[in-house]
Design a protein around this ligand. Sequence first.
Ligand code: SF4
Length: 176
Amino acid sequence: MSLGSWLRDRPHFLEIVYKAAENFVTRLDPLISWIGYDRVERLITPPEEIAKEIVFDCRMCGQCILHSTGMTCPMTCPKHIRNGPCGGVRGNGHCEVKPEMRCVWVEAYERSLHMPIYGTEMTQLQPPVNKSLRGRAAWITMLTGEDKEVPAGWEGISELTILDADHTCWFSSQEE
Ligand code: SF4
């Protein structure tokens, strides 16, 4: 087992680390703004990429929603789906594109159940990924608000949900 998969199977620990990092970065925002977002981004992009690749197999989409997806990177889905599993999940919970791989969304769902801080964010509908942010440091796009910009017609989308509050919607519908 790799260090990354060992850590991903400890989602509560990861969400605590994420929350601490988010608070820290947000507090630093005035200083980062004063130095210049571009300058700071050039400095933090390489370490962010290395750390998140080791832990999450990150693809540097620049619009990180890990905490909303069970600390499981949705971009590792072969179809890059940001809103739950496609219709091709195998009966054993594996991917239809890569049969040897567990479905990213099955893992995200399971892990979200062990996340008392962010777990309910699995119910939020995610807008399409903004490909113009690819390669950017997600901590910076979070501070500048670029990660919240959505295509026309998607405004207010984060208030919509794709799962029941008890997270059963996907799975109950599959059983019907
Ligand atoms: S959601 Fe984007 S930034 Fe976050 S781990 Fe996945 S590819 Fe990286």
